[in-house]
Design a protein around this ligand. Structure first.
Ligand code: HEC
Length: 103
């Protein structure tokens, strides 16, 4: 399980790295890599009942959820803690990066 999570995190970081080479979003690469620890590679998880998968979600939807967590508009156990330090710009970068990985 630990191995799988590590591999999915690394693969997610790699995919964002490729995206950064073409899209110039290297900041997003490192920001979004932290999400893969719980949400998995490309937003797909072996245990979706524990953490919701992000695969197939649009950048705009992810951005809205993160903003809602940060503003206490959406209740959460851990997400509010995770996003409260991110700026609007960083949230947009993360959302774009993850939405590309969900393809
Ligand atoms: C420590 C594990 C963990 C990490 C790291 C994490 N998440 Fe989450 N995420 C969760 C859990 C658990 C939920 C369910 C809501 C809650 O209880 O916080 C969630 C919910 C979400 C949702 C809403 C999904 C839905 O279907 O409603 C989004 C979007 C999201 N996370 C994005 C992110 C992003 C982007 C990152 C990286 C910046 C991230 N998460 C990092 C555990 C995590």
């Amino acid at each position: 399980m630990i191995n799988l999570l590590l591999r999915t995190a690394l693969a997610g970081a790699l995919l964002c790295f490729i995206a950064s080479a073409h899209g110039g979003v290297s900041a997003a690469q490192s920001l979004a890599a932290t999400c893969a620890n719980c949400h998995g590679t490309n937003g797909r998880l072996p245990t979706p009942e524990a953490v919701p998968p992000l695969a197939g979600r649009s950048a705009e939807w992810i951005r809205q959820q993160l903003t809602a967590f940060r503003n206490y508009a959406r209740p959460s156990t851990v997400m509010q803690q995770i996003v409260r330090g991110y700026s609007d710009e960083e949230i947009a970068l993360i959302a774009d990066c993850l939405a590309r990985n969900g393809d």
